[in-house]
Design a protein around this ligand. Structure first.
Ligand SMILES: Cc1ncc(COP(=O)(O)O)c(C=O)c1O
Length: 578
């Protein structure tokens, strides 16, 4: 059989032989011109050269790949923890399908039982095994990987057990839980901006390739192009599903990031179960789904981690996917909570997206049919994210439960009650030194960064400037665009002070924004956010203390009136005076 998957990693930057000095703790990248970067950049989206064709035995005979035989029985004693990757449980959903009116049997493949907690342990380990077999790596070498985190954990786990060094390059959006696990496994972490396009030098892929170029004895295993990615699922996950289902499976639903999971699964399952339907899951804001028209949306950012991209990775062969479902953060994360609450499955955010999509697609299946859904990772990665009520409420995914009589007098007051000053804004090209001078002069700790079109790009904060200046990542001459903080919270003018207080429980400030619709054509509009102000803990505290009923009572008994009284109290007093 010809290769079921992409052929080789011909792009791979060669591992340079020679000295294998201890890797420095922090990597500062040398500057590289755009031309130099473009000449060296290895695209993660070049079309696959794989010749595999469904049901073409003759063509598929010339398979260039090494396959690993599936063994359903685990060893009684494992030589190391890497042997506890795979053989994950397949579990029936009992409540959720009923609630969605789904009649068929729905089984979930619980990948969070893998040793490192996700489906990506399979490919991390597999890519390391293949590189070892081909003599590409030896203990002590540096494995660099651009990843949304889970592949990083898979590789770092293999690296810890087998004695490799590991650098993981991941976008800022990915959870601190993943970062902490990676650090504990001994990996170094490099973070990159969320907004960087995949082919820019600042993206996680661009930065990983620049590091690979600079560091001796380093290699990028490259999940976007490495045949070991889909092969891990072709040889492993798919065989397990077929074994667990005795080859009876009518639909498979899997989310796509690199697409390695769905491509590898689809190829093996379709070889053995020709009528199976393969459903891909892609979040709004990503472009992996087909037809292209379903990808159109105003969404530019989504919270669910690990799925979706702004390019089509080489290992994703969309011909292997029969239909796609687009998903939304709110449905996905509420479903993840339901999977935990109603089915006892301690899974992550993309699992909610996948099960939500399965509930849409499996409605057409009969009672005697079976749908298998891949649950990619564990809630462990998201303890401070979708598991946290405040995090969910800040994003309007849930409303806080407030029992009647529990409210404080100021909770329902709106942001408009606060005396907010219009903030100073700066442009991204401003030098850091100038931003520090402005902060000094105006006694501000943070300044919004706004581009020429008036769009809010993020904040430059004292904390961020300090952190980056101290670690040498920026100099006074750097531009503020190099230290933009984009994880800040936003509230609107109609937000209540209660909502604000929940945000300020964890953040020192929030940006008060107002949305404006901008028409560029009769049928084309976009939303622009105008900055109304910055609100800090001190603003809220001042409002509560100055308008507090007890303070006002004291002042009244002293015969004084309060200057900064809140309208509600003024109204209450007038009523009382009548
Ligand atoms: C949580 C999560 N779900 C789904 C996926 C998608 O898997 P794949 O990259 O094989 O498409 C990933 C990939 O990193 C992931 O981390």
């Amino acid at each position: 059989m010809k290769c079921p998957i992409e052929e080789d990693m011909s792009h791979e930057m060669p591992t340079r032989k020679g000295d294998n000095k201890k890797m420095s703790k922090k990597h500062r990248l040398k500057s590289m011109s755009m031309e130099e970067f473009s000449d060296r950049y290895v695209r993660p989206d070049i079309p696959t050269r794989c010749k595999w064709m469904l049901h073409d035995e003759e063509n598929n005979k010339a398979d260039p790949h090494h396959h690993i035989k599936f063994d359903p029985m685990p060893p009684k004693i494992m030589p190391n923890i890497l042997h506890n990757i795979g053989r994950t449980p397949l579990v029936k959903l009992n409540v959720i399908p009923r609630e969605f009116g789904v009649k068929c049997e729905v089984l979930v493949k619980c990948e969070f039982f893998n040793a490192g907690g996700s489906v990506k342990d399979r490919i991390g380990y597999r890519m390391v095994l293949e590189a070892e077999k081909d003599g590409k790596i030896k203990p002590g070498d540096i494995l660099i990987e651009p990843t949304s985190g889970n592949t990083g954990i898979g590789i770092a786990l293999a690296a810890a057990v087998k004695g490799y060094k590991c650098i993981i390059v991941m976008p800022e959006k990915m959870s601190s839980e993943k970062v902490n696990v990676l650090r504990a496994l001994g990996a170094e972490i490099v973070r990159t901006p969320n907004a960087a396009s995949f082919d820019s030098p600042e993206s996680h892929i661009g930065v990983a390739q620049r590091l690979n170029h600079e560091l001796k004895n380093s290699i990028i295993l490259d999940q976007y192009r490495n045949p070991g990615n889909p092969l891990a699922h072709y040889d492993g996950t798919a065989e397990e599903i077929l074994y667990q289902c005795d080859d009876k499976v009518d639909m498979l639903v899997a989310s796509a990031g690199t697409g390695g999971t769905i491509t590898g699964l689809s190829r093996k399952l379709k070889e053995r179960v020709p009528d199976i339907e393969i459903v891909g899951v892609d979040p709004l804001g990503s472009i992996l789904a087909e037809p292209e028209s379903i990808n159109e949306s105003d969404v530019t950012f989504y919270e669910v981690e690990g799925i979706g991209y702004d390019f089509i990775p080489t290992v994703l062969d969309r011909k292997d996917v029969d239909s796609w479902v687009k998903t939304h953060d709110k449905d996905s994360l509420l479903m993840s909570r339901n999977l935990i609450r109603k089915e006892g499955l301690l899974c992550g955010g993309s699992c909610g997206a996948t099960v939500w999509a399965a509930m849409q697609s499996a409605k057409k299946l009969r009672e005697d049919q079976r749908c298998v859904v891949i649950l990619a990772d564990s809630v462990r990665n998201y303890m401070t994210k979708f598991l946290d009520d405040d995090w969910m409420a800040e994003r309007d995914f849930i409303k806080h439960d407030i029992s009647p009589g529990e409210e404080e007098w100021w909770w329902s007051h709106k942001m408009t009650a606060l005396d907010l000053q219009t903030p100073l804004t700066v442009v991204p090209q401003m030098k850091c030194q100038s931003a520090i001078d402005i902060m000094n002069k105006e006694t501000f700790d943070q300044l919004p960064v706004v581009n020429e079109g008036g769009y809010v790009l993020g904040m430059v904060t004292l904390g961020n400037l300090m952190g980056k200046m101290v670690s040498g990542k920026i100099t006074p001459e750097s531009t503020v665009s190099e230290c933009i903080y984009d994880q800040f919270k936003k509230v609107s003018l109609s937000s209540s002070l209660y909502e604000l207080s929940r945000v300020l429980d964890r953040d020192y400030f929030a940006l008060v924004v107002h949305c404006q619709k901008l028409y560029s054509d009769l049928n084309k509009s976009s939303e622009k956010q105008i900055i109304f102000g910055i609100v800090t803990r001190m603003d809220l505290l001042n409002y509560i203390t100055k308008n507090h009923p007890d303070v006002n009572k004291d002042k009244e008994s002293d015969g004084m009136t309060t200057e900064n009284e809140c309208p509600a109290h003024r109204a209450n007093k007038t009523e009382a005076a009548k």
